[in-house]
Design a protein around this ligand. Structure first.
Ligand SMILES: [Fe+2]
Length: 244
């Protein structure tokens, strides 16, 4: 099976559509790892699209914010865009968001938005963070998002972690080997923050044991304009263009 994995679409319909077009003929199953809304100008359309296209949709911290209406854990820009998102999404989409799960399993794979120890909120940014998560991982691979920065952690033995970073073009290819466990951050489709403004689109081929993170070019100028036209913070327009 070829599993497509995307995360952190963040209301960026242009990135989502281009990514789905890219993945379309290359995958048999699509997993969406949360934060489909927040920051971006098209939350309603993005929810509608992933509901049609995805086999599995997880909840992220931004969905949790919309559900609870409690934005105290968010920085100003996130809070402002979530307050706007809560106003523009339909009750039907809100109902769907409430039903998104926090974790899911397929074969020997665990999917979660942020971390096993804290599915919605904890940031895994170091090998030390990953070590604590591996202690909780009873599958071979865990796919995560949340930080918007692609990276992979490979656990060998009791106390050794290898960190794998993307190449010069922001892409990653990892052979999944026997005897190791992996935690793989698939980056962000709609708001990359690793300096590459191209949408992240991952594929894991369970038969070839090969994980590939691709970068997809999309019409970011349209997204940039929409962010400004809809009155969202202008820093968000700059972020999608610069990939930071
Ligand atoms: Fe996010």
């Amino acid at each position: 099976m070829r599993i497509g994995i995307i995360s952190d679409v963040h209301g960026n319909l242009e990135a989502l559509n281009s990514t789905l077009l890219f993945l379309n003929s290359r995958i048999d199953f699509l997993a969406v790892l949360g934060d489909t809304v927040g920051y971006g100008p098209d939350p309603e359309e993005c929810i509608g699209t992933v509901k049609i296209k995805a086999n599995l949709i997880l909840k992220g911290n931004h969905e949790e914010g919309i559900i609870t209406g409690n934005y105290t854990a968010f920085k100003d820009i996130a809070r402002v865009s979530l307050e706007w998102t809560a106003k523009v999404i339909t009750s039907d989409s809100l109902k769907s968001i409430r039903e998104f799960k926090e974790t899911a399993e397929v074969e020997d794979i665990l999917f979660v938005h942020a971390a096993i120890s804290s599915p919605l909120f904890k940031y895994i940014i170091s090998d030390k963070d990953a070590m604590n998560e591996f202690a909780l991982l009873d599958k071979k691979i865990c796919f995560i998002g949340h930080t918007h920065i692609p990276a992979a952690y490979r656990k060998e033995g009791e106390d050794r972690i290898d960190v794998i970073h993307p190449d010069f073009s922001g892409k990653m290819e990892i052979e999944i080997e026997q005897g190791y466990k992996y935690i793989i951050n698939t980056g962000s489709t709609g708001q990359p923050r690793d300096g590459f403004p191209f949408a992240c689109a991952s594929i894991y081929d369970t038969e070839k044991h090969l994980f590939t993170l691709h970068r997809v070019e999309y019409p970011v100028e349209i997204t940039r304009k929409k962010i400004l036209e809809k009155g969202l913070p202008s820093v968000l327009a700059r972020r999608v263009v610069q990939g930071i």
